[in-house]
Design a protein around this ligand. Structure first.
Ligand code: HEM
Length: 394
């Protein structure tokens, strides 16, 4: 859990543009930036232990690798408990800037840069453990817009490894894969990014590769509203949540052909400030009933925002998107998109109705195609000496 001390540890003050250099942080002028201060953030840490895994609610880091592992054939319940003990211990050390026991490059562990490691279980892992699984822990229903590829989908054990420094991420991935390799094989790795630390002050809502502010309407971590949307309340997974990962290809060449008005109409918000068409600021409440002089809705009926929105308070999720930008293949000019990531207490009740509506109608579907999909259970956090997953596997 992030208390007062934790906030300082997260560098919240700097993330949200508060004044004052934190104690001990080195400062210096960024070349060519008229005296802007560059603060060292490599030693910033996020507490690992607590009722929830820390990577869900922490302010989004700049880099993330998503690592899906499949269990080897003969892995059973005892092996899984042993595996999660080892990985939890490694993750707890790495996130605090301490090398795990078998680290051959301990220097790389010393700059965690707000590293978090979030573990998530697929349905097969829980079956192998003979553990109880929530009913929603299964692949999403098939949607008409999907063009899913197995190399970006599913996974028995998925790790979200995120930090403000890519070396911290790469090193943690390497150490955790090493720790797991006798019992698992790597199914897929997806790498995502947001703005680099320090690129924007204050660090506001991130932009996707269409240039849109993406993540405006979201519950705020640390509020009762967030807790209600995200955390599972009862049963062995209480304090945990669900994670939906959708790899969504974005057709940047098609998007290039649109004028600015058409781009903005696709969501119902302006590109510069992210304000809804019926307001002037990013966080203004959109007026979905407003019509223009001809009687047409100001926020278009087929726009992504209107279609994603629901009057049903159950249908809300916490989104934390990352961008991807890989080397083009074949005739492609770009190979880019979004690693869409959402957390919610119940996938069937909260996520599926939204995705169903977007599948039926969403103008953004013209330029976006889901190519990967995973549904996972994020177990609660653990205390020192415990391990992630103990309430499910124990
Ligand atoms: C590449 C794919 C996607 C892009 C580019 C995208 C982009 C956006 C943008 C620009 C907004 C408006 C600003 C904001 O509130 O963040 C938005 C809102 C939203 N999106 Fe997406 N989105 C994508 C996929 C999805 C998916 C797959 C879902 C869920 C199934 C989703 C659910 C939502 C929700 C719930 C909102 C807030 C709606 C509201 O105003 O209440 N989006 N998205």
């Amino acid at each position: 859990m992030v208390g007062g001390g934790g906030l300082a540890a997260l560098g919240i003050d700097r993330l949200f543009g508060g004044g004052g250099a934190p104690g001990g942080a080195a400062t210096g002028a960024v070349p060519g930036s008229a005296g802007a201060a560059l603060e060292e953030f490599g030693s910033d840490t996020v507490p690992f232990h607590g009722p929830h895994q820390a990577g869900v609610a922490v302010p989004t880091q700049s880099h993330a690798s998503f690592l899906a592992l499949d269990l080897r054939e003969d892995v059973g319940a005892d092996d899984l408990r042993r595996l999660m003990r080892v990985l939890t211990d490694d993750a707890a050390r790495l996130t605090q800037g301490l090398p795990p026991l078998a680290d051959l490059e301990p220097e790389l562990a010393r700059t965690p840069a707000r590293l978090t490691v979030t573990f998530a279980f697929g349905p097969r892992l829980l079956r192998r453990a003979g553990a109880e699984a929530p009913a929603w822990l299964r692949p999403l229903p098939a949607f008409g817009i999907d063009r899913l590829r197995p190399e970006f989908s599913d996974g028995d054990l998925v790790l979200m490894i995120a930090a403000d420094d890519e070396i911290a991420v790469a090193h943690a991935v390497r150490m955790l894969v090493k720790g797991a390799r006798s019992l698992t094989t790597v199914r897929w790795v997806q790498r995502g990014f947001n703005r680099s630390y320090g690129a924007e002050h204050p660090r506001g809502t991130g932009r996707n590769l269409f240039g849109q502010l993406d993540g405006t309407v979201n519950p705020t971590p640390g509020t009762a509203d967030f807790d209600g949307v995200v955390w599972i309340e009862d049963g062995p997974a209480a304090g945990g949540t669900s994670m939906v990962i959708r790899r969504i290809h974005m057709d940047l060449e098609g998007w290039d052909l649109l004028g600015r008005a058409a781009r903005e109409n696709s969501v119902g918000r302006t590109l510069d400030t992210g304000a809804p068409f019926t307001g002037s600021g990013e966080f203004d409440e959109p007026d979905l009933r407003a019509t223009d002089s001809l009687g047409f809705p100001v926020i278009p009926a087929e726009s992504h925002m209107r279609r994603a929105r629901s009057d049903n308070p159950d249908e809300r999720i916490f989104r934390r998107p990352y961008n991807y930008d890989e080397a083009p293949t074949g005739d492609e000019v770009s190979n880019s998109g979004q690693i869409f990531l959402s957390f919610q207490a119940d996938v069937d009740r909260q996520f599926v109705p939204i995705q169903r509506r977007l599948d039926e109608l969403d103008i953004l579907n013209e330029w976006t195609t889901p190519i990967g999909s995973s549904v996972l259970l994020v177990p609660p956090g653990c205390t020192e000496g415990g391990y992630v997953g103990e309430t499910l596997l124990g």
